[in-house]
Write a protein that binds this ligand. Structure first.
Ligand SMILES: C[S@@+](CC[C@H](N)C(=O)[O-])C[C@H]1O[C@@H](n2cnc3c(N)ncnc32)[C@H](O)[C@@H]1O
Length: 247
């Protein structure tokens, strides 16, 4: 199954899969960072927006919102969730923005879907071009050198008479610039259990390498992966929020 196929086939379950994520806290945290580092504007583009949960919160904070995603079924759900926003089908590694934005976001490590260094570079260039003067690019990322292949995140929810169990984990085999996001989904009802497993190939970089890619275009600030408070990255953790101000 390709990564796009998973989101197509399971788009209806995507919000259940993410039921333990505090989208409000994430959106509010990035809104605060934008207030501090940004240009004061409120035109937002959310890359790899999925079903639009962040857009819903940014809209509530007074932003004019656009979401871009490569998967139409995810965008259809986003449009239902947030009829006031604009949605665009496209690849974040090669998009032409019809306008410029004050804030461009990419949540849930989706920047890694760029796949390889060259595509990530072209994503960074597209973002730079699509930002207004002093605009902010904000995303979260994982450092390949800090991936622990033994760790996984799991949670279960009940929905419509079934129990859904979701698992996700990173895998990095120790060299090169590829890592994998492994996903597993189990749906159990009174009669049977169905299972899906999937592996998404993603670009793997150290934070230092990522900072080097971004630095020609942006002033780069790196923060600990916390949305409720603003804490500078301690240069040890493998999860971080990148806040990049357009040069
Ligand atoms: C893990 S989901 C994240 C969705 C949303 N940002 C969230 O936080 O819930 C990843 C999303 O990235 C999208 N995606 C994957 N590759 C992409 C690409 N090259 N360009 C745009 N979207 C992409 C998928 O279709 C999917 O909706």
């Amino acid at each position: 199954m390709s990564d796009n196929a998973l989101y197509t086939d399971l788009s209806g379950y995507y919000d259940l899969l993410c039921a333990d994520i505090s989208y409000q806290a994430q959106s509010h945290g990035v809104h605060r960072l934008n207030q501090i580092f940004g240009n004061g504007g409120k035109q937002l583009l959310d890359l790899a927006c999925g079903t639009g949960p962040h857009i819903q919160h940014f809209y509530g904070q007074g932003y004019e919102c656009t979401g871009l995603d490569i998967n139409q079924p995810m965008l259809d759900l986003a449009q239902q969730r947030c009829p006031e926003a604009h949605f665009q089908l496209g690849n974040m590694c090669a998009f032409e923005a019809p306008q410029t934005y004050d804030l461009i976001t990419c949540f849930l490590y989706s920047i890694h879907y760029s796949g390889d260094r060259q595509s990530l570079q072209s994503c960074i260039q597209s973002v730079h071009k699509a930002l207004k003067t002093g605009g902010v690019f904000c995303f979260n990322s994982v450092d390949k050198n800090h991936i622990d292949n033994r760790l996984s995140a799991k949670h279960s929810v009940e929905h419509d008479g079934s129990v859904f169990s979701f698992g996700s984990s990173w895998y990095y085999h120790g060299e090169g610039e590829k890592q994998t996001l492994k996903l597993s989904i189990e749906k159990t009802d009174a009669e049977k259990t169905q299972r899906w497993t999937d592996e998404h190939p993603m670009v793997a970089l150290s934070f230092i390498a990522l900072q080097t890619l971004l630095s020609p275009y942006f002033d780069v600030h790196i923060f600990e992966h916390e949305y409720e408070k603003i804490v500078s990255w301690n240069a040890l953790s493998g999860n971080a929020i990148f806040l990049c101000v357009k040069k």
